[in-house]
Design a binder for this molecule. Structure first.
Ligand SMILES: N[C@@H](CCC(=O)N[C@@H](CS)C(=O)NCC(=O)O)C(=O)O
Length: 206
């Protein structure tokens, strides 16, 4: 049984969606990042960066337990373990990894900063909201142009779609109206209709 350490945030939900999609047995442990549980010494042994998500797989690549941090790396690990959600063609695999990196280096950090300035601070700082809000909209434009011609990020539904969906699900937080990006909306509705996505988005239960 894989142990998942997570919270109710997009980075955590990427991994619960992937575990649900792969039908891997797992147990979710709540790490309340509002209470600082991510900095507990026991947890830092699993995730030295002090963030969620992390997993511990008792059945690692060499048959020994493996602890992993960084949601993108965890998705690639689980794809390797199960043979699922990374396209089999070499071209398709690298396209999926390209868009996964786009999510990890762009969508996640930029939307996250937009949320910080637009929501978390009581006295909202206009410069931060504008900067990260504009960057979030620019990234929606990139995705909209891609989805105009492509059903998914890569040739098939993949780790790139799984990683991006929970961030787009927070579109109201970064003040984006999905109807302005109709091809992103078409993709969002398609991915959201998958039962495993709905299940993964409900983890951890409050
Ligand atoms: N690059 C990391 C980012 C993880 C991350 O930022 N997690 C947030 C929640 S979505 C967190 O743990 N924040 C608590 C903190 O920064 O103290 C990943 O993708 O796993």
């Amino acid at each position: 049984m894989i142990e998942l350490y997570t919270w109710t945030t997009p980075n955590g939900r990427k991994v619960s969606i992937m575990l649900e999609e792969c039908a891997l047995p797992y147990r979710a442990h709540k790490i309340d990042i509002g209470k600082g549980e991510q900095f507990a010494p026991e947890y830092l042994k699993i995730n030295p960066n002090g963030k969620i998500p992390s997993i511990v797989d008792p059945d690692g690549p060499d048959g020994k337990p493996i602890a992993m941090m960084e949601s993108g790396a965890i998705l690639v690990y689980l794809a390797g373990k199960t043979g699922k959600f990374l396209p089999r063609s070499v071209r398709g695999k690298y396209e999926a990894l390209q868009w996964l990196m786009f999510q990890m280096g762009g969508v996640g950090p930029m939307f996250g900063q937009a949320h910080h300035f637009m929501r978390a601070k009581k006295d909202e700082i206009a410069y931060g909201s504008e900067r990260y809000g504009n960057e979030a909209r620019r990234l929606y434009g990139v995705m909209n142009r891609h989805f105009e011609r492509n059903e998914f990020f890569s040739t098939d539904y993949s780790v790139a779609d799984i990683a991006t969906y929970p961030w787009v699900a927070r579109h109201e937080w970064h003040r984006v109206e999905l109807n302005e990006f109709p091809h992103v909306k078409r993709w969002y509705d398609l991915v959201g209709a998958r039962p495993a996505v709905a299940k993964g988005m409900a983890i951890p239960q409050q």
